[in-house]
Design a protein around this ligand. Sequence first.
Ligand code: GLA
Length: 728
Amino acid sequence: MAVYTDNHGFFSIVTKNTEYQIQADKYGVLKHIWYGSKVNADMSYLLNYPDVGFSGNPYDAGNDRRYSLNTLPLEYSCDGIGDYRIPAVSVIHSNGSKALDLRYKDYKITKGKYSINGLPAVYADENDAETLEITLCDTATKTEVILRYGVIEKYDIITRCAVIRNCGEKSLKIKRASSLCIDIPQGEWEWIHFHGRHTLERIPERQPIFHGIQESSSTRGTSSHQQNPSVILCSPDCTETNGECIGAFFVYSGSFQIQTELDQLGQIRLTMGLNPELFEWNLNSGEEFETPEAVMTYSNKGFSKLSYNFHKIIRENICRGKYKLAERPVLINNWEATYFDFDDEKILKIAEQASKLGVDMLVLDDGWFGKRDDDNSGLGDWFVNNNKIHGGLKSLTEKIKNMGMKFGIWFEPEMISEDSELYRKHPDWAIQIPDRKPMRGRFQLVLDMSREDVQNYLFDVMSKILKSADISYVKWDMNRSISDWYSSELDSEHQGELPHRYMLGLYALLERLTGEFPDILFEGCSGGGGRFDAGMLYYCPQIWCSDDTDAFERTKIQYGTSYIYPVSAVGSHVSTVPNHQTGRITPIETRAVTAMAGSFGYELDLNTLSDDEKTAVTEQIKRFKKYGSLIHNGNYYRLTNPLKDKSAVWSYVSESMDEILVHGIIYRTEPNMNRKTVKLAGLDESAEYMNTENGKFYKGSALMNGGILLPESWGDYYPIEIHLIKAN
Ligand code: GLA
């Protein structure tokens, strides 16, 4: 049992190590009481009711000036009724008024985890999860909000979403619908968000929280390179292994908004949800709207434990399908090897060399379809270009299969080029506003994914390709931000719904295609990591992490990514040098240890390598096969901070703590350099561990408190690999 209630409005959600408390008080106002360590005690004694000037009082509180919605920690804050902090929900009623005064109505506790119509969400079986639903009601308008909590006890995970239901007779418009709202009345907190740009995604930035509102958001129609839909609040002393932190990520791939506000009393509110800049929803009488899901965890053992909880829940309860826990094929992708300039002969040469070196699968990237010799044309025309792929896909695939490899292919389904057969036939399928020239991104326009005819076209044309040959993998790309929102299918009253309808359409198509082709491994992509989020991971268990394949830069990107997302979700490849994004030269071994922190592959023409490098590639693939299960199933630890330190070091520790792989890079070598130590994490302190390379023994407590000595380095970007096994 994870959810307890006293049947008088007090609820406690208890997980393995955490506790979350809510209380409906005598007025029916739902207050947030506690989110932190497991306490087994009612924490409402901590609430205080100061009489704060200019903080009004609800009518039913009479002349109790100490009772104000503007000062109390609330569970789901409303608009228009005197709480001047961030509202979790905002609606416009049919008479134009905005006030929503949600009071407690009833609750329901059920076994298992709720699901959300048409949206990705955590799933779990009955034995692993419980659901609490609390219904709140605004009696004046009969608007209800049902707060849903999903509890995955063993991973200290609480999920949240809200259902807004119009039980009144008149229609209303939802302007803002948060999935999560949490008030933290006490303590000092900092916040970490993950920002970036194309080719430099998810860089953690930690800042004290200042009075007022700070925000991390996207209005791009995708979760974006610029801000990731995830956040961490932490105590100022929080480190990888100590201190308190609360994390949350959004299971959604479109525009989002995360806000945190430090109020006049030093209390913090955190909200996460659809971005109100790009959202509104009409709710007729009798209809309901379900928000996407937010997933939270709390750790009092620093960021490592927070990441552990998130990695587990994403890998086991968000990713789906045959590949979610399976070994992923080592792939070779031709993009950086050829860009658009290829034909079947060139591809076969790349494949042949790759197969000799032990690669499992060839992925044919952009340029195989329609008229597509550069990025100006062809998107939407998903039929094979026989001038490039002579003999067609089946023949190419068969030849690759005869080399002992599988075959995968690239699509960018949501896009349309103006220079395409599809656009000439269906210009109205592109998102653009009548009488206005649309904004182009990479010279392309975006298909209106809210339309069923568009979804059906894509389903049919992609299915046809996927059935035409033995295809084992699909890379699902999306290469621009969306603007000029307008759908020729919607009337003016409903245009504001398009951004969310787009996402519902995209998810519906992904659901259909992944259902139709359960044996195909889908990898997400958006100019690298522009849509790296838990929503996409529900359909695609891995996502191309970044278009930056430079090993040094990747250590920063993968470091930030690892706070929330598991290693198996990270698509990561060894590419050529000088690197195509930075011109940097790094050793091939360095590129390999970095790429192994993910779903591993190569992205270059292996024919161009020297014999020594080719031998190295064969060895690397063997090593990835040997350690792959430890890398993907083990617990991941960040051992240095590559944004500050002179090295990037990380480790994978098996759940049983009997095997450890330390990987990393020493960035620069200096003459007469002192060898640095790095403390390991997550070991059995009392065990003896043996370094399998030199047979030396170390006590677990020594490795955790004193650390390991990093190797003597030579040259810049020196690779590290240390493998330890438990000896007793
Ligand atoms: C995006 C992807 C790349 C490649 C190109 C093809 O940028 O991130 O990996 O697929 O598109 O156009």
